[in-house]
Design a protein around this ligand. Structure first.
Ligand SMILES: Nc1ncnc2c1ncn2[C@@H]1O[C@H](COP(=O)(O)OP(=O)(O)O)[C@@H](O)[C@H]1O
Ligand SMILES: [Mg+2]
Length: 372
């Protein structure tokens, strides 16, 4: 496979499937010679309920999990390929330089020296005829880093302003921030839960995949005792670099925390409190670690949660809060764009991690390449 010349515009696909387990965000983007992205097309594919349930189950140890994970990876590759076909809609695969595929995380354990994103990149290359770059996180972990978050380098590329201290907050299943000060290093880390606990709690109580606009949370009342108990989570006190997943924030932990209170709390009040927990853990991190922030731009599905956005605005009264739409990038596609950009970094033999973010020993070229 030939390496593309470093200074020409190229077209890439980015595929993001995050911890929310909602589905696949697919973007087609032209990335210019300076690395600046231009969004050409987008496509979203919801996971079938059966796959979603299987992936969720595979987050915890279970019998025959290696075989089951391999089958799920194959199914994912077929869905990724389907998303790419719909995205390209007649555009020749040969005109796409590469697909950057995040894969679906089943385990994220940097302290144990590994992270696992499945998706069968070989099969995806076979099905699409396009070079695939995958497994972006492992190299950073091999270099002593967290392997996450990886979006900050892209945020710096596409959203930094020379005269305004911006923070980008990506609210997916987990929430992460990127600090883009006017002077000083770009930093970033996972602040704690994004939509994950909200999704899990509403799913248990009425079967919905998510709390649309945060309406159910808004119908409840914050429970101060529960909020205080949630805020005791040790992860929140760890200094960056740090990253989180379903390992840290999940229903089992919520159930233990609830039962420790020995009090009946209505499901809607729990949801209201979970929403506040998400907002406060994020806002606290911005206040503590990103001093002097002038503007916060939210992306990820959480940008659609009106109640959550409202609470973030209240908790950060001195910060202008908007979504990345205000900067010209639709919040739904920022992370998939980042993986298109990261694929380009890999093909150009250019680092994709930021050691100041992940804690890795140095810059590393990320990913594994599956040639077309
Ligand atoms: N209209 C909405 N109201 C509230 N929450 C929403 C809305 N749209 C999306 N979300 C939330 O966003 C999540 C998906 O966000 P996403 O950025 O795809 O996360 P991930 O990267 O973890 O997959 C959904 O699970 C849901 O919680
Ligand atoms: Mg998603």
């Amino acid at each position: 496979m030939s390496t593309p010349p470093p200074h020409e515009a190229d077209v890439y696909v980015g595929l993001m499937s995050g911890t929310s387990l909602d589905g696949i965000d697919a973007v087609l983007a032209e990335i210019g010679p300076t690395g600046h992205p231009r969004l050409l097309h987008t496509h979203y594919l919801t996971y079938p309920d059966s796959l979603r349930a299987q992936l969720l189950a595979l987050h915890t140890p279970q019998p025959d999990e290696i075989h089951l994970a391999a089958l799920a990876a194959n199914e994912l590759a077929c869905l990724y390929a389907k998303a790419v076909r719909a995205l390209l809609d007649g555009i020749a695969p040969a005109s796409v330089r590469a697909i950057g595929c995040h894969g679906q995380t089943l385990r994220h354990r940097p302290a144990d020296g590994y992270t696992l994103q499945i998706g069968n990149a070989a099969l995806l290359a076979e099905l699409t005829g396009i070079t695939v770059v995958a497994d972006f996180r492992s190299r950073d972990i091999a270099a002593g880093g967290q392997g996450a978050p990886l979006v900050p380098a892209f945020h710096a590329q596409a959203l930094q302003h020379p005269g305004v201290h911006r923070v980008i907050a990506n609210i997916g299943g987990i929430a992460n921030v990127t600090d883009l000060p006017v002077d000083g290093p770009v930093r970033g880390w996972d602040t704690g839960p994004g939509n994950m606990l909200l999704d899990a709690w509403i799913k248990r109580h009425n079967g919905a995949h998510y709390d649309r606009d945060g309406a159910w949370a808004a119908s409840g009342t914050l429970h101060p005792g529960l909020l205080a108990a949630l805020m005791k989570h040790a992860y929140l006190r760890l200094p960056p670099p740090k990253s989180a997943g379903r390992e840290q924030f999940n229903l089992d932990w919520l159930d233990v925390t609830l039962s420790s209170l020995n009090e009946a709390i209505t499901p809607a009040d729990v949801q209201a409190t979970l929403l506040e927990f998400t907002a406060i853990s994020l806002a606290d991190a911005v206040i503590r670690e990103c001093k002097g922030t002038q503007a916060l731009y939210v992306c990820g599905g959480g940008a659609h949660n009106a109640a959550l956005m409202q609470r973030i605005r209240v908790l950060l009264p001195n910060v202008q809060v908007a979504t990345t739409a205000a900067l010209g990038i639709d919040p739904d596609w920022v992370e998939a764009l980042a993986f298109a950009w990261l694929a380009r970094q890999t093909l150009h033999r250019t680092p994709g991690n930021l050691p100041a973010v992940t804690g890795a020993r140095g810059d590393r070229i990320l990913g594994a390449i599956y040639p077309a």
